[in-house]
Design a protein around this ligand. Structure first.
Ligand code: ATR
Length: 382
């Protein structure tokens, strides 16, 4: 179908040739669209037959495990192709939503009139946040009628006033507002108070409540690979993430050893938590069974940076990084090479998001779908 312009064509002749090619290529698109549409409808007709079989077998229409398998297979098939996973996942999420409608389980209207419940992430910056794709995928997979947007917020007090007057159902709070937001709320969960940070707002019939799902998210991410109770956990860093991880570990009966680049900051947090402290420069893995990096060391573009020397990593250690850009950080690559079990940065992100989803909707979070959506976005174009 492709034609090439004559090599020495200039001016009007070349323009005329390009216009002809454009018309031809558009005709190809029109034909492909018609084919795709026909296939979409074939897929829906098949879904309708499956719906009937499910009804006869007494099976539920909604089968999140199956949907996860379908998307995982497609992501494998799509490897290396032109269509980025982030778009591919959206197309198929939409198709699966249409299939659920056909099978008699349409999206649940939030208020009985079909108006979606509104959610947002407030932060600065938020442009690279994975939360919108992750939560919108969860809404799609569960049929919850919600919409989640990223909003860059400079003044958190004004944003919370807007949240109240617009009647948002919930919000995620990220840097730099996790502490300052606390002064704007009607209620703060005791754990969030202890951690001195709120990352989740819940609107309960006009009462604005603040929670922290970072610490439980960290704990769940660890809990997937290792039992924390009775273990010694090395936590690297002394910022908000370190505080959340340390609280999570201690609440589950683990013992924390804190390491930080700047001695005063690390020693102050260690004293507040009642745990041991060493400057990061004197890091020693002796006795450490689980290691968690909560600093930005290793984050792109510093992808060759690791917070600890690789000689310190032993095969019996479990190593978790909260950095997820890149997903395989230098620390995790070193840990794998040393034979350690590893947990990547998406694990905590997805778990804290799943806990938010459950607070907002009262439904079980489709955690695998959330992880896949976040991963597809993160590896967009690959
Ligand atoms: P957050 O609230 O996200 O944890 P933060 O409060 O800015 O962020 O804390 C960042 C932590 O990462 C700090 O403990 C910081 O160490 P300093 O106290 O020495 O500043 C640590 N950090 C950041 N970049 C680091 C690097 N390249 N190597 C080691 N530690 C680093």
């Amino acid at each position: 179908m492709k034609t090439t312009p004559p090599p020495d064509a200039g001016g009007e002749t070349a323009a005329g040739e390009y216009e002809k090619q454009l018309a031809e290529e558009r005709a190809v698109i029109d034909r492909l669209d018609a084919e795709i549409l026909e296939r979409f409808n074939e897929r829906l007709a098949t879904a309708a037959r499956i719906g009937e079989l499910k009804r006869r077998l007494g099976l539920p229409v909604r089968d999140t495990d199956r949907e996860v398998q379908v998307v995982q297979r497609l992501m494998r098939l799509n490897r290396g192709s032109l269509l980025a996973n982030r778009y591919m996942v959206k197309v198929f999420a939409t198709l699966m939503a249409a299939a659920r409608d056909v099978q008699g389980a349409p999206s649940r209207p939030a208020d009985g009139f079909g108006t979606p419940a509104l959610f947002a992430i407030f932060g600065n910056p938020v442009v690279h946040s994975l939360s919108p794709v992750m939560h919108n995928a969860a809404f799609g997979a569960t049929g919850f009628n919600g919409v989640y947007a990223a909003i860059r917020v400079k003044d958190i007090r004004l944003a919370v006033a807007g949240f109240r007057s617009l009647g948002l159902r919930g919000a995620s709070i990220t840097l730099p507002h996790k502490e300052t937001v606390m002064a704007c709320l009607d209620y703060i969960d005791p754990w969030a108070r202890r951690i001195k940070a709120v990352n989740t707002l819940v609107n309960e019939n006009g009462t604005l409540k603040g929670f922290n799902t970072d610490w439980t998210g960290a704990l769940k991410a660890l809990g997937e690979r290792v039992a924390v109770a009775g273990r010694r956990v090395g936590v690297i860093g002394a910022g908000g993430a370190a505080r959340a991880v340390a609280h999570g570990v201690m609440s589950a009966g683990g013992a924390v050893s804190l390491f930080n680049r700047t001695t005063e900051k690390g020693a102050a947090l260690a004293a507040e938590l009642g745990v041991s402290f060493k400057p990061l420069g004197q890091f020693d893995a002796e006795g450490i069974e689980i290691l968690v990096n909560t600093t930005s060391a290793g984050m792109a573009p510093q992808t060759e940076q690791s917070p600890v020397p690789r000689e310190q990593l032993r095969p019996d250690m479990v190593v978790m990084d909260i950095v997820y850009h890149p997903l395989r950080t230098r620390l995790l690559r070193d840990a794998e090479a040393a034979g350690c079990a590893t947990i990547d940065g998406l694990a905590m992100l997805v778990h804290q998001g799943a806990l938010q989803f459950e607070l907002w909707t009262g439904m079980t979070a489709p955690i695998d779908i959330m992880r896949m959506a976040a991963e597809a976005e993160l590896t967009a174009g690959h």
